[in-house]
Design a protein around this ligand. Sequence first.
Ligand SMILES: Nc1nc2c(ncn2[C@@H]2O[C@H](COP(=O)(O)OP(=O)(O)OP(=O)(O)O)[C@@H](O)[C@H]2O)c(=O)[nH]1
Ligand SMILES: [Mg+2]
Length: 386
Amino acid sequence: MKIRRYIGKDAHEAMLKVKMDLGNDAVIISTRRVRQKGILGFFSKPLIEVVATLDDTSKKAAAARTEDTQIEDKVKFEEESIVKDKKLNQLEAKVNSIEALLQKINNQVQFGHKPNTEAGQDLNTKVYQLFTNNLLKNEVEPELAKKIINKLKEKVGGSVNVSEVASTLYTTIQSFLGRPEPIQLTGDKKPYVIIFLGPTGVGKTTTLAKIAADFALNQKKSAGLITADTFRIAAVEQLKTYAEILGMPVNIVYSPGDISEAINSYADKDVILIDTPGRSHRNKAQFEELKTLVSHSQADETYLLIGATTGIKDCRDIINSYSFVDNYKLLFTKLDETSSYGIIMNIKDLTGKPLSYVTTGQSVPDDIEIINIDKISKILLGSIPA
Ligand SMILES: Nc1nc2c(ncn2[C@@H]2O[C@H](COP(=O)(O)OP(=O)(O)OP(=O)(O)O)[C@@H](O)[C@H]2O)c(=O)[nH]1
Ligand SMILES: [Mg+2]
């Protein structure tokens, strides 16, 4: 039985999330007002929480609950929220504190001894070794790790000041990854056409739905969806379901040459999102059709989706297969399924393309965010072995 909790800024948004995730058969177990997590939550407008399931036995169970139990639950929930808020603040402070991280690194490198001049050289080697190991542990390709550490050495010279080395590495990784470039509707170009490409099952349709929902819910923009994935009936249905919930039209393109017509039919929209069929990078023939589709779409932005758990060899093949696209941005999906973020550096190194979003779960529309370069740089710098 799937019981899930959805939060929205009002009942409409919360219900929309329920429908997007569980479909129209969702059964609502409870709704209530809640506060946002974190200290700021106490001063902000309450949000609406909807608990829903697909199993209707839970609906009966919910109806049978007495009012007393509900009040008890509410008190318990408030208490738990306070404890959770406290824990969350502590966690945030911990994560954000690069000082704590540096202390940890210092302790590891010095093994409890203060460095002296004779030991300086030795310590220096250990510092670089430690950072190299951290990159390798995150599955940064050895060649790339070496390149980054060499860059670091150039910048800090023979310094044995661990804090200085760590903060220089942090900025080196940050500038290597570059600034994120999410979708930016320019305003001069309407409709703004965006196409999503990537291997089979990477999350193109789900990600498109998350982005479409953001346009509808947060940016109040009108969007039209196009799917060229007629290969599988289920794929068309999947997009239609999302579109129906969001109140957006879907246009199905049966032949790549028809894409211009589909785009023209959305002349009144702010944005057009195009879903493409999954193509295995091993099947070269399938790519010919995709090439025609991409060139006819004349998209303003192209996103290449790569699953965060993809091995390096497949990553190389995927990038080669999509090299026919001139300009694209990188979007990493399924970041929730890995703890090694090296792939982001590896792909950046292979392509030099800008980073955009990451997706972090199956939930539409919540599990997507603009890639957080600071957070990723910290992880690559400091996942220190215990
Ligand atoms: N864990 C996790 N799963 C995801 C994420 N994004 C998508 N998925 C799941 O991945 C599966 C495939 O997603 P789709 O959106 O259908 O992928 P697609 O690229 O459109 O697939 P094809 O059209 O068949 O090529 C679904 O079960 C999604 O729920 C994510 O960020 N994390
Ligand atoms: Mg799809």
